[in-house]
Ligand binder design. Structure first.
Ligand SMILES: Cc1cc2nc3c(=O)[nH]c(=O)nc-3n(C[C@H](O)[C@H](O)[C@H](O)COP(=O)(O)O)c2cc1C
Length: 190
């Protein structure tokens, strides 16, 4: 890394993301996730479930039947967008997503999903399909039998980070690229 300051920004970015996963009201807990969908660009809000700075993973969960999943399988390149209005820091992170379904990763994650959230995965029809009455699209509490079969974990391995902080007098922007063995950081014009 070219300067101590860049190293600090990178470390604070990863630790800040990791911390946000445990803070319900932290804006970085609800990033937008963009990708090349089957029919063009797509973006949606996701809950950032966990972060592993060592393996550079940003991890979320979704219904394997949702239309984003075939999109990820076709083109696994994704872009995350985070903004904290308090610190005025925007983080954009690019990488490739792996969809986990009915494996060791999903089994471990499923055990930690609160019971109330499990029913999100038990809807009779797939997300995005038409329904006459929105209330009957909701699974009933306790209807978890089929839910695990629809549960998937999205692990995005990050290889590029664009960090921007808006300031009163000047803005600062840095980019970090994973070289394969470490991060290379550089200041860029905001
Ligand atoms: C605050 C908030 C959090 C959300 N968290 C998730 C999530 O963690 N996983 C998920 O699949 N969808 C989540 N959604 C719904 C997605 O934004 C999206 O509507 C849904 O996944 C369908 O997207 P798709 O059609 O691109 O598959 C969330 C929506 C909001 C508003």
């Amino acid at each position: 890394m070219s300067s101590d300051k860049l190293q600090t920004i990178l470390e604070q970015t990863w630790s800040g993301l990791a911390k946000a996963t445990g803070q319900a009201d932290h804006p970085w807990r609800l990033p937008a996730l963009g990708a090349h969908g089957l029919n063009g660009p797509e973006v949606r809000t996701m809950v950032l479930r966990s972060v592993d700075p060592v393996t550079r993973q940003l991890i979320a969960q979704t219904d394997v039947r949702s239309t984003k999943v075939p999109g990820f399988r076709k083109d696994p390149r994704v872009a995350w967008h985070f903004f904290d209005p308090q610190t005025k820091v925007q983080v954009r992170a690019n990488g490739r997503v792996t969809v986990h379904h009915d494996d060791e990763v999903t089994r471990t994650a499923w055990a930690a999903v609160p019971e109330a959230n499990k029913r999100n995965y038990a809807t009779p029809s797939a997300p995005g399909l038409p329904v006459d009455d929105p209330s009957i699209s909701q699974a009933q509490a306790g209807a978890y039998t089929a839910a695990y079969a629809n549960f998937s974990v999205l692990c995005a391995e990050i290889t590029f980070i664009d960090w921007l902080q808006l300031g009163d007098e000047h803005h600062r922007r840095a980019q970090f690229t994973w070289t394969g063995s470490d991060w290379r950081g550089a200041w860029v014009v905001p």
